[in-house]
Design a protein around this ligand. Sequence first.
Ligand code: URA
Length: 242
Amino acid sequence: MGEIVRLQKYIAMSGIASRRGAESLISEGRVTVNGNKVTEQGIKVEIGADSVFVDGKPVKTKNKKYYIMLNKPVGYVSTAKDQFDRPTVVDIIKNDISDVRIFPVGRLDYDTEGLLLLTNDGDFTYKVTHPKFHMEKTYIAVVKGGMTISGINKIRNGVYIDDGFKTSPAQAEILDAYDGHTYVKITIHEGKNRQVRKMFEAVGNKVVGLQRIKIGNVELGNLPLGRWRHLTSYEISYLMNR
Ligand code: URA
């Protein structure tokens, strides 16, 4: 069985009108479903089964699924639209993919860069972001100053953030220390707001740069900053079937 959606959404998915525009087409009596004129809003249709016509012409939904990896730069919000009109991650891809609505899979902070997934497949988003799947996410944190072994161990064992929430055991490893900064690779499988920054704060360290390099075993690799690519079929099925 195909996905069941509201008629205005179906029309919008085809790209011929926005949802609002589709509502006007319906109320103007220009839409038929399985040969019957529909003027009331909100009726549901099944993709692939019901036949929808606008002005006598068949409307086909673009049912294609997109799975995208972006190397997000600092200075972009991970939403489709920002209340303060700041640039969004969707702005980066929308020149190339403009006929479908694609959404970020989870989020990275405005001041975080690195691996962000985007898709129009809600099931995929669920698999990657729902806490019950414990998807590991790996980051490189640039920490101001030095870090003690005891600080790293506390982060590994779990620290208290957000009014008593104790983070789960994490992997953390000092990679390097130079120019007054310490570079730490950290893997967590939770997704509290600004979690990595708060974990370091909990042990008295400030994160001054944060980059996500991996989700599960899918790696950012050498994708340049601000560029995107399609996921491979291997990456999609790995993330879907974990
Ligand atoms: N943890 C953070 O602090 N920020 C992010 O963007 C992601 C994880």
